[in-house]
Design a protein around this ligand. Structure first.
Ligand SMILES: [Zn+2]
Length: 135
């Protein structure tokens, strides 16, 4: 399993995920939500940032089913899905992850044939990582 590589801008995202919260940056001046984390608001150029608690609900915007050749640890789990989820409350925010059968389940725990663009999903958390489940 890959572990997050954090930087000063993105570290809070992972800290909140470890608490079971899906938060994204919000501009403290204009309220614009943004992801991935970065120091400056692309809307008003403010450097004042808050972390907005989302409800963790989204839709599958796109997905892929990787097949070998893959790195050995991933080849052993293929086929599995990689989804791009757009948040319901901020559709311009899209997060990459995996759709699983339950929190903490393996990458290949959900039959890739069950993944559909537009499917409603919600975030689940395991070992500080964000995963997605069908709603
Ligand atoms: Zn702003």
């Amino acid at each position: 399993m890959l572990t997050p590589v954090t930087d000063p801008d993105g570290a809070p995202f992972w800290q909140y995920a470890a608490q079971g919260e899906l938060r994204v940056q919000a501009c403290a001046d204009c309220g614009e939500l943004r992801f991935p984390p970065r120091p400056c608001c692309p809307h008003c150029r403010s450097f004042d940032t808050e972390w907005h608690l989302t409800d963790g609900r989204g839709r599958v915007w796109s997905y892929a089913v990787p097949h070998p050749p893959l790195l050995p640890d991933y080849a052993a789990q293929a086929p599995y899905n990689v989804v791009v989820v757009e948040l319901e409350e901020a559709p311009r925010i899209r997060l990459v992850g995996n759709l699983v059968s339950e929190a903490g389940a393996a990458l290949n725990s959900l039959d890739p044939h069950r993944v559909r663009i537009g499917a409603r999903v919600h975030a689940v958390f395991s070992d500080g990582l964000v995963q997605w489940m069908l709603s």
